[in-house]
Design a protein around this ligand. Structure first.
Ligand SMILES: [Zn+2]
Length: 76
């Protein structure tokens, strides 16, 4: 006789990022979703706006920021 093994349900991956911020390019007004990550390397980072091609943010440290374009300025 065979019983169903009650195998533990794998805990759902916590892929949901809790620290998502919103950032607006000061120059052109494009809006980005910013996911904060942790980097192993301390360095200087900057991010270029996809719309106006200007540096819209820069920082130093071990914090990574992944910018995802959310909405473009109306008058692009
Ligand atoms: Zn911009």
């Amino acid at each position: 006789m065979r019983s169903l093994s009650a195998h533990a349900r794998a805990m759902a991956d916590q892929t949901r990022q809790s620290s998502i911020d919103e950032f607006q390019c000061a120059r052109c007004g494009a809006v980005y979703d910013v996911a904060i990550t942790r980097l192993a390397l301390r360095a200087e980072y900057d991010v270029i706006c996809n719309v106006c091609q200007k540096v819209m943010n820069e920082w130093h440290g071990t914090v990574g920021r992944a910018y995802k374009l959310k909405s473009q300025p109306a008058h692009a």
